[in-house]
Structure formats: C-alpha cells, structure tokens
Design a protein around this ligand. Structure first.
Ligand code: SF4
Length: 437
C-alpha cells in the first residue's frame, strides 16, 4: 500500500523507491508531482533571490498549503510563479513546476552564494532556475492597475491567464467545490492588500494585451476563465459574460494567441456561441470521475447541471469543436481526499482510469491539475494530499490510454515531453513522448 510506504520511509527514500518501482516514469515527473502535492519552503536567502525575478500573481486559486496570513517571510509577495529544475542528484532534464508554498514541506529552496538549489530532507537534489520578470510586469494600465493583476503569464511565459471573474457564484459548503478556495482566496488577497480585481472589464483586458503584444513574443495562448455564474453577472449569463472577452480579443488581435476558455459544461447552442466568438479550445472541467465523489465534492455542479448532463454536454461539445479541442480538467488526487475519497490507490486509479478511458475513447483528452489541500478550501483542513504512488500511477494511465487511442497531443499546451513541456501544475505533458504530433 502506498500510504504504508509513505509512512515507512523518508520523503527522499519514497522518491527513490517509486522511481525504481515505476522506472518508465521519469524521476523528474515524480519529483514534480511530489512538489505539487506537498508544496515547497524557501530559505530567507533564496527568497531574496526570488524577489528579483518573476513573482507569483495568484492567477486564480491560492494553490498554497498555508494561508497568506501565516507566511512569516512574506512569501506570497516574494516567491516566484514557477521554478525550472535541472541537473543535480538525478541529472534532471529541465522540468517546470508551479510554486506552491508550504513552510513545513520537506522540499526547500536554498541559496548558496546566490545560486539556488532544491533540497529534499536537507539533501540537494536539483538546480533551480527562475524566470526573469518580463518588462511588461512593471507596467500599469491607465487606471494604475498592474499588469500581473489583469493579465499574468504562467507556464514559463507561454500562457496568459485571464481570470476575468475572481469569484464563484457557487457559494458555501453545499455548493462550492470542496477542493476549491477561489472565494476565500479572493478575500485573503484583498485583505493582504494585493491589487486583485474581482471583475475585469473587456477594456482592461484589451489595454493589458496591447501592452503585452507590443513587448512579448513568449506567450502563445490565453485562457479566459473565472468562477461559475449560476444566475447572471452584469446582466449576462455565464456564456454571454465569458464569450465577450475572446470575441473582443479575436477582433482586435485575430489569432495572435491560441484562444481557450474554461467555463462550465454548457448546452450545445451555448458552446456554439463560444466557437463563434473565436474560441479554439474549450475546458468544461469534470474534476472527478466517480459518481459519488462528483456529487459530494462538486455539489453545486451536481445540483445545477448534474453529472450525466455534464458528461453529455462534454460529448456534445466535441461535435462543435473537434474532440481534441475539448479538454476537461480532472483534479488529480482529490479522489483520495478524506473523508469521502477512496482509501486505496488501487481503487482511486481504477476509477479515474475508467473516466480517462471513457473520454479518450471519444477522442477527448482530459488533463490534470494536481490537487494540493488548500487550507481555505473545505477539504484543506489537516489532511495530506494523495499518496505519491497514486500520482505516479495516474501519469502512466494517462500516457498509456492516450497512446492506446492514438490521440494527438492536447493543443494549447506547447510541446510535450520532458525538457520541453511548460505546463506547470501537472506532469501530464512531461510524460507524453516528445516525438508525437
Ligand atoms: S465551479 Fe467549483 S472549482 Fe470552479 S470556481 Fe466554482 S467552486 Fe471553484
């Protein structure tokens, strides 16, 4: 049992043993998943270095394992968005990892004469590189709002992340997804004094993109997203609110970036509206496959739309967009969260394998965001993430099912393969072969 293994060995031994047992999964991906589920600590000296680089924008959720108010070193303002690991104990090929803060993590970034190193249990395991802050990150809109509030980039500069509505209308314990801290994160960021616009106007987005377009050649895609709209926002339904952004962006910058939208599973005529607005990739996030868990972890979605309808709408969307352009997210690991989740890795893998197989048999490749228990979410109270073995086995299932159905590389994520992948909140792109087309 993975949980027994986790409890029996040190974090460093755990990585080494899993790397031996699953030697078809790169150790880089194993460490990346471990960092995503456990978070990382930063030494004071390393934070000094990080503060001179591109810093975290808190692009939608907190993705931290402590609230901002409990960060003794002001990490939320000084830590970087991402790290790129290379070399070291296991001769890493470059791998990009989203930074999730956890001062109690066995992973700690340290600085030796200004050179950053990742240590695990006190043992140096890889070199750490940070991304320079793009020049446009220092710019502001005419209103004074900073660019990182309105249009931050993630994935090492590949993706512009446009959270145009920083709240969700699913509200409270009976509606909010249990793993999600969007509403609480908004409150904590405002309380901490961060410029954090709740609803971004189309004009603000266009103004920010004008600045970025003139200065940047790294970004290749944008995502328009935010919380669910169950009634209306500014008098508009969910689809009409969100589609106005790609519509305006594509009118002003036709096909300058790959256009992606993350919203709920919408009816076919509404999905058509997104396509007509110029959207190229649609993410109707499914989150967790198991019926019982979907209904308890995503109670709002289950009540307002329902699991069967959600699935039907995903399949319908694949008749509006090409199937490979419909990419539902799964929150990897949340199916093992207590109290309702699976108790064993075998059961959790069997369930999610079924979901992957179902969607992939229809030409639809889901993708993952690795779950970490955020303390401001309902699930985040005093529980660890899923066992590392679960994440390693999930990556194998993804890779093998993807190969079984001979699916194309999911578009909108850049190149696949270790050393090339930029997607930073899961290793699913790192484990796909780089030769695929
Ligand atoms: S629908 Fe669920 S996951 Fe999405 S923002 Fe709302 S609470 Fe969070």
């Amino acid at each position: 049992m993975a949980s027994m293994l986790e409890n029996a060995v040190s974090p460093l031994q755990l990585v080494e043993q899993l790397a031996q047992r699953y030697d078809d999964v790169p150790v880089e991906a194993i460490v990346k998943e471990d960092l995503l589920r456990r978070g990382m600590a930063w030494s004071p000296e390393a934070l000094e270095v990080a503060a001179r680089h591109k810093r975290r924008a808190y692009f939608i959720f907190s993705f931290d394992m402590v609230p901002v108010s409990a960060m003794d070193q002001d990490e939320s303002r000084r830590a970087p968005e991402e790290v790129r690991l290379s070399g070291g104990l296991w001769s890493f090929r470059p791998v990009i990892v989203s930074v999730r803060l956890n001062p109690a993590s066995p992973y700690r970034v340290e600085s030796k004469d200004g050179v950053l190193v990742l240590a695990l249990d006190g043992h140096p395991v890889s070199n750490v590189e940070l991304q320079n802050s793009p020049a446009y990150y220092d710019r502001t809109l005419a209103s004074g709002k900073p660019i990182p509030d309105i249009a931050p980039t993630i994935e090492w500069g590949y993706l512009l992340y446009l959270t145009v509505f920083r709240l969700c209308q699913y509200f409270g314990a009976k509606e909010e997804c249990q793993f999600c801290d969007i509403n609480e994160n908004y409150r904590q960021q405002k309380a901490a004094g961060r410029p954090y616009t709740s609803v971004k106007s189309v004009a603000e987005i266009l103004e920010a993109l004008e600045i970025i377009d003139a200065a940047d050649s790294d970004s290749k895609a944008y995502t328009v997203t935010g919380g669910s709209i169950t009634s209306t926002l500014e008098g508009k339904s969910e689809v009409d609110f969100y589609r106005q952004y790609p519509e305006a962006i594509e009118k002003r910058f036709p096909r300058r970036w790959i256009s992606k939208v993350v919203v709920q599973a919408l009816a076919r005529d509404e999905v058509q509206k997104l396509r007509d607005a110029g959207v190229q990739i649609y993410h109707p996030n499914f989150e967790v496959w198991d019926r019982r868990l979907f209904e308890s972890l995503c109670a709002g979605k289950a009540r307002f739309i329902g699991r069967e309808e959600w699935i039907r709408r995903i399949l319908d969307a694949a008749t509006v967009f090409a199937p490979e352009h419909v990419i539902p997210n799964f929150v990897a690991g949340v199916e093992m969260a207590t109290p309702a989740g699976f108790a064993s890795v075998d059961e959790a893998i069997a369930s999610t394998r079924e979901g992957l197989d179902f969607f992939m048999s229809h030409g639809i490749s889901p993708r993952f965001t690795t779950w970490c228990p955020e303390p401001l979410s309902a699930l985040g109270k005093e529980q660890p993430g899923a066992p590392l073995e679960y994440h390693v086995r999930l990556l194998r299932e993804y890779r093998d099912t993807h190969a079984k159905y001979r699916l194309p590389v999911p578009p909108g994520y850049g190149e696949p393969g270790l050393g090339k992948a930029v997607f930073s909140v899961s290793s699913f792109m790192d484990v796909l072969p780089s030769s695929q087309s």
